[in-house]
Write a protein that binds this ligand. Structure first.
Ligand code: UDP
Ligand code: MG
Length: 315
């Protein structure tokens, strides 16, 4: 069985087209297909549309989370509930073309555990988004141990053993791109042209993206902490030398009082550095705090497959 996991958050506008194009592709596949939609707390009629479609296509399964947990949690929920031997992850907005699914399956049948879809083009994305994405990948790959392949999103196929491995990672701060890279496994990369979003608006803004970037950096590396240490050593070193120089100067040439401006500059600069490092430390402490709470990453309110069982006639 093949599972296709699709996180959905207020995507009513695209769902009809999505279902159309998806079923067109899945019809041509041999073997059963599970279309696992994870509703991430949609407030429009996405769920109604999906449940309605389910009556015609029994392969559709709708997992409803109890509220909006964010895409990373929705995908995690999908991966944990998917039953397929192979699992494909794609966005609901048709930026990831379902027509490539047969190619992905072919690569998997040839033995790949992970079939990565690499964007050749990113239509409909501003140069600013492209630039920031580029810089982010450069930065994160410099500091993290398992490099994250450039220009790949979540659109990918994973074998059962890869999904199982992923499901065993217990962290609450789920930075999926990094987790995928960390799990590894034999990988094949295919290229595709990323289309612009079909309708509706992106759920990301720069604030959210920055949060994700911070998440990515701090959850996969403690190197920023070492950077803080180096910064502290440098500041202490120069401060010490400067102190010696000042004392010698005072002994040789006598004391001259002016120096107010330089003193203020030093104080503000150094206290800025201290606060920065403190904040950095706090970022990691906060992360530890979140992890120690051991809360689940998501809550499933309803699984359409379970509720189907509930309505079976009692024997
Ligand atoms: N999504 C989600 N929960 C959220 C935000 C987004 O499940 O809180 C889903 C959304 O429905 C879509 C996918 O994640 O299927 C990607 O979202 P979007 O297209 O807004 O992101 P972008 O492609 O702009 O990075
Ligand atoms: Mg999108």
């Amino acid at each position: 069985m093949l599972s296709i996991v699709i996180p959905v958050h207020n995507e009513a506008e695209v769902i009809p087209t999505l279902l159309n194009r998806l079923t067109q592709v899945t019809r041509t596949l041999d073997g059963p297909v599970e279309l696992l939609f994870v509703d991430d707390g949609s407030r429009d009629n996405s769920v109604a549309l999906l449940l309605q479609a389910r009556r015609r296509h029994p392969g559709i399964r709708v997992l409803q989370l109890s509220r909006n947990f964010g895409k990373e949690a929705a995908v995690s929920a999908g991966l944990q509930h998917a039953r397929g031997e192979a699992v494909i992850l794609m966005d609901a907005d048709l930026q990831d073309p379902p027509e490539r699914i047969p190619d992905m399956l072919a690569a998997w049948r040839k033995g790949a555990d992970v079939v990565l879809m690499k964007r050749r083009t990113r239509a409909g994305e501003s140069w600013l988004k492209r630039l920031t994405a580029h810089l982010f990948y450069r930065l994160i790959n410099r500091i993290s141990d398992a490099p994250i392949p450039v220009d790949t999103g979540d659109f990918r196929l994973m074998s059962r053993r890869t999904v199982d491995a992923l499901n065993r990672l217990p962290e609450r701060n789920r930075y999926l791109k990094g987790m995928f890279a960390w799990v590894g496994m034999p990988t094949v990369t295919l290229e595709f042209d990323r289309d612009p979003r079909l309708a509706g608006r992106t759920k990301w803004n720069y604030l959210k993206l920055m949060h994700l970037a911070m998440e990515g950096i701090t959850s996969f590396s403690t190197r920023p902490l070492r950077l803080a240490l180096v910064l502290g050593l440098l500041a202490a070193g120069t401060g010490g030398l400067f102190g010696v120089w000042e004392v010698l100067k005072a002994l040789i040439f006598g004391i001259d009082t002016p120096g107010y401006a330089s003193m203020i500059a030093m104080i503000t600069f150094l206290s800025g550095v201290q606060l920065l490092c403190l904040g950095l430390l706090g970022e990691y402490v906060g992360r530890i705090y979140m992890e120690t709470k051991q809360r689940p990453v998501f809550i499933v309110a309803e699984d359409s497959d379970d509720s189907a069982h509930r309505h079976l006639p009692q024997l």
